[in-house]
Ligand binder design. Structure first.
Ligand code: GAR
Length: 206
């Protein structure tokens, strides 16, 4: 089994799709072992509780120093023997220690077709506002691996979504979630976990 930690900040609809996929047997060898939120009030924590998954809160209020925050997160991930980290609507930039300790083992879901509307400052509704302002006809979502460049790691899966006349940032955000994010994120988690499991087996044989 590949032990997964899902990091969240808000409503947690992407987390829910991962938990649903697990229930339907579509996530193995991945298994969600931990949910971490940087916001105490995130509804995602309720979803973790309902699914019987352990959760933890690590907020800026609890630890204002970003370097120590990063170290605390790394200590938590190690204590729970986490193999793979998933950023599912996690609206903070991870620190260097976690990113290098989990190189090629952190997945992010971004609500646009990277490299469009990505990088620093492009998160949540802002991404959809920018797509509408530019007048693109197609947007979508990207599941990718995380490295030091914000939204710059290798792409795992992308899915396109058409813009419609009369779209608002909110209507577009909802459609991108329904048609793209919720579809590709559980698949990317399963895919990355499968690769990790293969790697582990190869290392054991060596
Ligand atoms: C999702 O649209 C996700 O792609 C986005 O935040 C939303 C969280 O929704 N993430 C980013 O913008 C990251 N740059 P959720 O909490 O319901 O999953």
């Amino acid at each position: 089994m590949v032990r997964v930690a899902v990091l969240v900040s808000g409503s947690g609809t992407n987390l829910q799709r991962i938990l649903d996929a697990q229930k339907e047997g579509k996530l193995a060898p991945a298994e969600v072992a931990l949910v971490v939120s940087n916001r105490k009030a995130a509804f995602a924590l309720e979803r973790a509780k309902a699914a019987g998954v352990e959760s933890a809160v690590l907020s800026k209020a609890m630890e204002p120093d970003p370097v120590i925050w990063d170290e605390k997160l790394l200590a938590l991930l190690r204590a729970r023997r986490i193999d793979l980290v998933v950023l599912a609507g996690f609206l903070m930039i991870l620190g260097e220690k976690v990113v290098s300790a989990y190189e090629n083992r952190i997945i992010n879901i971004h609500p646009a077709l990277i490299p469009s509307f990505s990088g620093l400052g492009f998160y949540g509704l802002r991404v959809h506002e920018a797509a509408l302002a530019r007048g693109v006809k197609i947007t979508g979502a990207t599941a990718h691996l995380v490295n030091r460049d914000v939204d710059g790691g290798p792409i795992l899966i992308q899915k396109a979504v058409e813009l419609l006349d009369g779209d608002t940032p909110e209507s577009l955000q909802r459609r991108v979630m329904e048609q793209a994010e919720w579809v590709i994120l559980p698949k990317a988690v399963q895919m990355a976990a499968g690769r990790l499991e293969e790697q582990k087996k190869a290392e054991e044989r060596a």
